[in-house]
Design a protein around this ligand. Structure first.
Ligand code: APR
Ligand code: PHB
Length: 394
């Protein structure tokens, strides 16, 4: 088997890359080690930056998102019993779309099948080799009991944080930067109509809570919990009581309760691998960097990486120019570090660190008071939250 670009992983990064390459007339094969259902049912974040929304529309995969996604022009920051609205559209002319990451993945899988280009689920023993020498890179895997050797011009490592591409690099060829946070998020999906039409980020004495949604009948909520929190300790009633305590405001606002459809604990860490290119292997998305979910940047960074990569590969194939491929890592990392800073800042502003003294809490309240009262500070938050413009369109 032979292809131009071998893509490891069918998450948002791999699938969107495959689609952008298709639009640019470049051939690819996507190899995923999980099943289609697992990939489409995995509950993840759901906030698309302005630029990500535009990219999906331009790429022709935004129709359902436009119909079913929710346009959000701002968010609320809540503390000391009050909600303060940050009006993104007024401050920056930009807005967000709330649409589940798994819905984006479903749309991209349908688009992939419509192109007739290969997408292989349930691949076993996936490995990558020969990407940093003269020989052609190769992806090996087993599917339906058969061994496959896929020869490629380039490999895109879009296989997430726990994938095999990054661990296949020579240890001395890259450096990792990371930061672990001493807390996690307990997230639920509930069959309850959202009681606010915008997200609410709340700092409470007992810790952070977030109100989000997926549709007019499904609410998504998160609570700061301990890193090693066990779900056994959390009955549905306890989760609702804690959410109500941390989110309710003095004007009587609180989340609506309803049957819990799904619950899980998400760890919080920041990680960046530098560089993101190794000869003919390019890392993209979570394979190269992860952010704590507080800034809602994970999926958006993945989209920004593959927008740059697909453009750089087009330049290579159409004009035989390597400049954009050579710049890939630096261009992506500039955006990644901006998003890291913002995600870290949002995380520090909203979470109670175990063992911290009251000075920290007072400082957080002062920061929130500033951010919700100064137009300059609100604009800074709004610019970062709605996202920097994408450098590359179609
Ligand atoms: N071989 C093939 N595929 C693999 C392998 C492997 N050895 N290991 C992992 N994968 C697959 C995973 O099963 C997953 O479907 O790679 C895919 C990676 O997808 P994501 O983890 O969703 O990462 P990415 O596409 O970069 O998207 C980033 O996902 O984790 C969220 O918050 C993050 O929203 C962000 C987005
Ligand atoms: C979500 O809706 O899942 C969500 C929203 C905002 C975040 C993180 C997750 O910061």
């Amino acid at each position: 088997m032979r292809t131009q670009v071998g893509i490891v992983g069918a998450g948002p990064a791999g699938l969107l890359l495959g689609h952008l390459l298709h639009l640019r007339g470049i051939d690819s094969v996507i190899v995923e080690n999980r099943g289609r259902e697992y990939v489409t049912e995995r509950v993840r974040a759901g906030v698309l930056e302005h630029g990500t929304t535009e990219l999906l529309i331009q790429a022709g995969v935004g129709q359902r998102m436009l119909r079913e996604g929710m346009r959000h022009s701002g968010v609320y920051l809540a503390f000391q019993g009050r909600r303060h609205r940050i009006d993104f559209e007024d401050l920056t002319g930009r807005w967000l779309t709330v649409y589940g990451q798994n819905e984006v993945v479903k749309d991209l899988i349908s688009a992939r099948y419509a192109t007739g280009r290969p997408l292989c689920f349930d691949a076993e023993d996936v490995s990558v080799s020969r990407f940093d020498g003269e020989a052609r890179p190769c992806i090996r895997f087993r599917s339906d009991g058969q061994e496959h050797e896929l020869e490629c011009d380039f490999i895109a490592g879009c296989d997430g944080f726990h994938g095999i591409c990054r661990p296949s690099l020579r240890r001395e060829s890259w450096r990792g930067y990371d930061c672990e946070y001493p807390f996690a998020w307990l997230g639920i999906l509930a069959n309850a109509a959202p009681s606010s039409d915008e997200l609410v980020y709340s700092l409470h004495e007992r810790g952070f809570a977030l109100f989000s949604m997926r549709s007019s009948s499904v609410t998504r909520l998160y609570l700061q919990c301990a890193s090693e929190e066990s779900l056994d300790q959390w009955s549905d009633d306890r989760i609702w009581d804690e959410l109500e305590l941390r989110l309710s405001t003095l004007d009587g606002w609180r989340p609506n309760r309803g049957p819990i459809l799904q619950k899980g604990v998400t760890g919080m860490r920041s990680f960046v691998a530098e560089p993101m290119r190794f000869g003919r292997l390019f890392l993209a998305g979570d394979a190269a960097h992860i952010v704590p979910p507080t800034g809602a940047k994970g999926l958006n960074l993945a989209a920004a990486d593959v927008a740059v990569l697909s453009r750089a590969l087009e330049r290579h194939y159409r004009e035989n120019r390597q400049d954009l491929l050579n710049e890939y890592s630096d261009r992506c990392l500039r955006r990644v570090w901006r998003a890291q800073r913002f995600s870290w800042w949002m995380t520090s502003m909203f979470h109670r660190t175990p063992g911290e003294n009251e000075f920290e809490y007072k400082k957080q309240l002062a920061e929130l008071q500033y951010v919700t009262s100064s137009r300059a500070a609100m604009t800074s938050l709004a610019e970062n939250y709605t996202g920097l413009p994408l450098e590359v369109g179609l």
